[in-house]
Design a protein. Sequence first.
Length: 302
Amino acid sequence: MERKNSVLVVDDEMSNLQILSHILGADYTIYTAKNGPNAIGKAREYAPDLILLDIIMPEMDGYQVLAELRSAEATEKIPVVFITGLSSIEDEKRGLSLNAADYISKPFNPMVVKLRVRNQIQIVNQMRTIERLSRLDQLTGVPNRRSFDERIQAEWKRAIRESAPMSILVMDIDMFKAYNDAHGHQQGDAALRAVAGIVGQSLRRTPDFAARWGGEEFVVLLPNTPLGGALEIAETIRKSVEAAEIPHSDGSSSRVTVSIGVNAQIPAQGASVDPFISIADKALYDAKTAGRNSVAHKAAQD
């Protein structure tokens, strides 16, 4: 079942909360808050797709709430639509200067509310689609180098905080240029997609992360995984790729193999992620020089 977009409605009048919940409840998941501090807390907790925010409220007015939301990384990008009876140009200018997305006037016209909310939600969804696609490799459908770079930085910091082991696999399709020359680039693309699928199917845990590193190289990040576990997964991938029959358009098939370099480390405070990756890359070179279709590892030094 597709997840509904969510809207946080903030107003100190219960009747307004009820009206807006009734107008929007069939199409969106609705959260409500009766004051500014409560709204900020719920925005951080639920990360709604859109906030409808009253301006005139006790404790904190809507302008103050919006300024607070914009000052925090967790909430700064959530679009905010003011709901207000204020109508002066100065009020509108003040809201827009704080990056309010739109205004909805009181008393509420149900159709206007629905249309303005729909427009903002469509923008949110479109931006998310663009952002998601920008992090995917278009040929194979797996995350791309940009996505991996962001993920490894986050996991590296977490591993440092928790003194947890982290492993990385760097793999390369063996003799890929020769494969392309023999079978054509279209079949080479099919091989890349096949290997990407095998790598993805070999990862069982949600935190495990695979990406196309570039060209015929793939990389796998394994949080909370010591060397032994990483070597097992690498060998599973190697065997699965070797056993795979990659179909050709003429009905025939071919096989490819991969070489994999593995590294595992419990990163120390202040340690850089670059040597962690570099050591796995050097292990990949060892796997290549050992005859390809193999797994090699180097233990990182603290």
